[in-house]
Design a binder for this molecule. Structure first.
Ligand SMILES: Cc1cc2nc3c(=O)[nH]c(=O)nc-3n(C[C@H](O)[C@H](O)[C@H](O)COP(=O)(O)O)c2cc1C
Length: 180
């Protein structure tokens, strides 16, 4: 089981990057092989930018996505929806890379927790023929959500994250068994 983590913010140290990495840590503890796509280290150009179709990072990203069984994703909410970085990352993916594969969705917000970004990502994934699991996690007032060790302070949030990752792993096993 191979899981790819995607963040809608460049830095792995951003709150969304931290969320993805915590979710990946838990997936690893359950026996999955995990990979975090670090946009800071390997940026993806804007779709349509000069030379983008031949970009080495894009090619690597698409092959990696095609080789992965499931995805754990977190986007910051910007102006009521996913960030441009998140959308551009998804714009490099097609049915042939992610179709029929499980996704776990998370979002971080500066303000009050809501499901806008999660719902927008869910709708978008329909066009990629991907399978976001019903469980999801949105963390409001995210600046206060982590302790000094970079762990989520609220045990209920941790529990929700674990349920989300468990659902992604179980769904991926189910999807893989159908392919056999
Ligand atoms: C351009 C921009 C737009 C934002 N819009 C919202 C918003 O609509 N609602 C909200 O609660 N927070 C908003 N925020 C705050 C971010 O959601 C928050 O800083 C982010 O989730 C923190 O995660 P990050 O460190 O991964 O960026 C916005 C921040 C920026 C930079």
């Amino acid at each position: 089981m191979r899981i790819l983590g995607l963040s809608g913010e460049y830095r792995p140290t951003s709150k969304s990057g931290m969320m993805v990495n915590l979710a990946l840590d838990y997936a690893r503890s359950k026996g999955a092989e995990v990979i975090f796509w670090d946009c800071n280290e390997k940026p993806l150009p804007f779709v349509g930018e000069d030379g983008c179709w031949e970009n080495a990072n894009v090619k690597e990203f698409q092959s990696l996505a095609a080789e992965c069984d499931a995805f754990l994703v977190c986007s910051p909410e910007y102006h009521g929806t996913m960030s441009g970085v998140m959308k551009n990352t998804f714009d490099w993916l097609y049915d042939k890379h992610v179709g029929g594969k499980a996704f776990g969705l998370m979002s971080t917000l500066g303000g009050i927790q809501n499901a806008n970004t999660l719902n927008h990502m869910r709708i978008m994934l329909r066009w990629l023929h991907a399978w976001p699991v019903p469980e999801q996690l949105s963390v409001g007032h995210v600046k206060e959500a982590f302790d000094e060790n970079g762990q989520l302070s609220d045990p209920k949030t941790v529990e929700r994250m674990h349920s989300l990752v468990d659902a992604v792993l179980n769904t991926a096993v189910m999807m893989n068994s159908q392919d056999e």
